[in-house]
Design a protein around this ligand. Structure first.
Ligand code: ADP
Ligand code: SF4
Length: 698
């Protein structure tokens, strides 16, 4: 299909200093849990983005010096020339497809724990890093330190150019870099030429831009990533005061402004807390005060929104981290007129959890993300079928749908049977909960793709029994029957049922609520799951007018959502509703009227009245069908069935991302021979050594 002419503007080349981006699609820096530890995986992932049509593809933050050591987090590293070859893998992969390669140089200052290098952290003034719980403080930088830092940054820029980068960043964003810490009056208490007035606090940023331009500016563009607003009022940088003044002060100095809000949790808000384009109000002033190109983000997935941003003069380049993760081929799909093939980001921030858990990035929508090198998976290119198998997939949740999509694309005959009238499994049910509407994209993308495949047939309202599986006539059976929330309270804390839970009609599970049952108040939501559901159900019950108390054995609400940058926002939201939160407490008994609580530290006992309890603890895999087929032995083989496999939550209950991943994996690997080694390539430790210590000089 030809490109819709309305979108032509997105494909105009844009001059950025001495280089030219072939279009306006700009993959801004984003973390990925691969970085310097897994350079081949990193290069392949960025290369796929370039192949997918992004005009600029950036690295994540790249440490420039041992005093900016972010270990145990895995980011990029450019401490000296030894790091150049690994980064060159990335620029080669990006250049292969005509995209520009950008590198985000960072000195993390007080945010660098330096646990590997064992250097002291540095800051404008001797202060404690608010994000660190370590018993260590940052040291205030002397003028000599500032000179050293500028020299390190300059050297890193030169090394970056040698590695092949076209755009070199000076990073003053997310409250994660020295350049930004100097700007912030709450962190910069200096009284010399680098402190006090805004002009003084901006001196270092100005010098870094000038240094970088002087070092590499003839051939590389120099970009500034700057957080124009910290969303903390007069305590921080804000777009209507210092944020604007800083851009005005330095307006024409860099070749590109990459602007957003800070901190990372504000910049990468989930769809539960912000809609597409949510940063516009903060960044729209920037283009009015500079003639240089401006890039910004806002979880852009709609080409109409992108065009509108450009036509209305908000942005010149459409920045994207998450939309490029969910669909690395987003630009090419717009270019070829295949808009409805775009795998839209759902704004769940599972991708962020890779960085937070120091493991390779993963994505709910795009199961190939992070697997480009180690498994050789590509988001669009899929191997053709290798035989004449026909498939029966039981269950049309995220696992079943993804498996069907991929097997269908491979050319197999696929039949999907779903017990419910509505397809989508847990995604369809959960997307009806407050704030989770965008999650339905997991279903919608797949159903849309399946509708285009004549070799895939879907049967709704078709509950499948073991006998029916045998009669069906498929050679391969895939069970994707999901999981059911437990009623008995067994979960992380309780390995045995909670007395009173199973026998009570007043105990409800999340499935009960999603099926439309309504508890009576006062109600306790017992959250031993620690992800999103406990808080969301509490919100829904509160909206229904019930008095709600949230009880959790954790010391904060929805504790795991730290990894999706949501914990603070979730707890604030629940508190703003007036829902009482009881932390570090465990329910040990319930009699239909009151719950007995144990303190998780002291085992002190208390009681809470509750007409009902909603228990969010763990899930039972729906494995009955698998067990029945397993017990049928030869009858299965005699029915011509070669394999029966379980995927998704019925195999092991987990995230939606994991369900999609296992569905995808099964469709690619179902006919692989059994093996006892890891099913992916690993990056083994290099035997190359860096300089000996005596060669290390400041
Ligand atoms: P997953 O996350 O693993 O994809 P879900 O719970 O989202 O799991 O989806 C499982 C789907 O399987 C549900 O829609 C459920 O209705 C369906 N299902 C479960 N058992 C059967 C069965 N025996 N026959 C047909 N569909 C089933
Ligand atoms: Fe978007 Fe979720 Fe994928 Fe991240 S993990 S890119 S937020 S769909």
């Amino acid at each position: 299909m030809p490109r819709d002419p309305r979108y032509d503007i997105l494909f105009e080349p844009i001059k950025i200093g001495p280089v030219i981006a072939k279009n306006r699609f700009y993959q801004v820096p984003h973390c990925n849990g691969m970085g310097h530890v897994r350079p081949r995986a990193h290069a392949a992932m960025r290369g796929v983005k370039a192949q997918g049509g992004w005009g600029v593809v950036s690295t994540e933050e790249v440490e420039i010096h041992p005093t900016s050591d972010l270990s145990p987090y895995i980011e990029g590293r450019l401490w000296d020339e030894h790091d150049v070859p690994a980064l060159a893998l990335t620029t080669e992969a990006i250049h292969q497809y005509g995209a520009l390669a950008a590198i985000e140089l960072v000195h993390a200052g007080m945010n660098a724990p330096n646990l590997y290098s064992r250097e002291a952290s540095m800051a404008p003034s001797p202060i404690v890093n608010p994000a660190s719980y370590a018993p260590a403080q940052a040291r205030g930088m002397t003028l000599r330190d500032i000179r050293d830092y500028r020299r390190w940054h300059r050297a890193a820029a030169l090394h970056a150019r040698r590695a092949g980068f076209d755009i070199i960043y000076v990073y003053a964003g997310h409250s994660l870099s020295l350049a930004m810490h100097f700007l912030q009056s709450r962190h910069n208490h200096r009284t010399d030429q680098y402190g006090g007035s805004l002009k003084n606090r901006a001196r270092l940023l100005r010098e870094l831009i000038e240094d970088t331009k002087e070092a590499v500016g003839a051939t590389c563009a120099v970009a500034v990533r700057f957080a124009v607003d910290e969303l903390r009022g007069s305590d921080g940088i804000s777009a209507d005061s210092e944020g604007r003044e800083i851009v005005e002060m330095l307006a024409e100095l860099p070749d590109l402004w990459d602007v957003n809000v800070s901190d990372w949790a504000n910049d990468s808000k989930t769809s539960r807390f912000a809609a597409e384009g949510y940063q516009e109000d903060f960044v729209r002033f920037v283009k009015k005060v500079t003639t240089k190109p401006v890039v910004g983000v806002g979880r852009f997935t709609s080409p109409d929104t992108m065009v509108s941003q450009i036509r209305r003069g908000v942005l010149d380049l459409i920045g994207a981290a998450r939309p490029s993760i969910a669909d690395p081929f987003l630009p090419n799909k717009i270019d070829s007129g295949d808009i409805d093939d775009i795998r839209e980001c759902i704004g769940c921030n599972i991708c962020v959890s890779g960085d937070y858990t120091m493991t390779p990035i993963r994505c709910t929508q795009n199961p190939t993300m992070g697997e480009e090198w180690r498994k050789g998976w590509h988001p669009e290119a899929i191997p053709e079928r290798t035989g004449n198998d026909s498939f029966l997939i039981v269950g049309a949740g995220p696992a079943g749908l993804e498996c069907a999509r991929l097997l269908g694309r491979r050319g197999y005959a696929v039949h999907v049977a779903e017990a419910r009238e509505l397809l989508g499994g847990r995604v369809t049910r959960e997307a009806l909960l407050p704030g989770l509407g965008a999650w339905a994209r997991v279903r919608d993308y797949r159903l849309n793709q399946l509708n285009k495949l004549p070799n895939v047939e879907i049967f709704r309202a078709s509950h499948v029994t073991a006998d029916q599986v045998l009669e069906f006539g498929a050679t391969r059976v895939v069970l994707a029957t999901g999981a059911t929330w437990r009623h008995d309270g067994v979960g992380r804390t309780h390995t045995r049922p909670i007395p009173g839970f199973d026998s009570s009609n007043s105990v409800f599970t999340p499935d009960d609520l999603m099926d439309g049952l309504q508890p009576s108040g006062p109600v306790i939501v017992f959250d031993d799951d620690h992800y999103y559901l406990g808080a969301i159900l509490a919100e829904r019950l509160h909206a229904a007018g019930l008095a709600v108390t949230l009880v959790t054995p954790a010391d904060r609400l929805s504790a795991w959502t730290v990894n999706t940058l949501e914990q603070h926002a979730i707890q604030k939201r629940v508190m703003d509703f007036g829902i009482e939160i009881v932390t570090s407490q465990n329910i040990v008994e319930y009699d239909g009227r009151r719950a007995v609580l144990h303190c998780t530290y002291t085992e002190r006992i208390s009681e809470l009245p509750a007409a009902s309890i909603v228990t969010v603890t763990s899930r039972h895999p729906n494995a009955d069908l698998a067990a029945s087929l397993d017990g049928m032995g030869d009858s299965v083989r005699n029915a011509g069935i070669i394999s029966v496999d379980s995927i998704g939550d019925c195999y092991a209950p987990s995230t939606i991302a994991a369900a999609v991943y296992t569905g995808h994996r099964h469709a690619r690997e179902f006919d692989w021979p059994q093996s006892d080694v890891a099913g992916f390539r690993r990056e083994l430790p290099s035997t190359m050594a860096g300089d000996a210590p005596q060669e290390f000089k400041r």
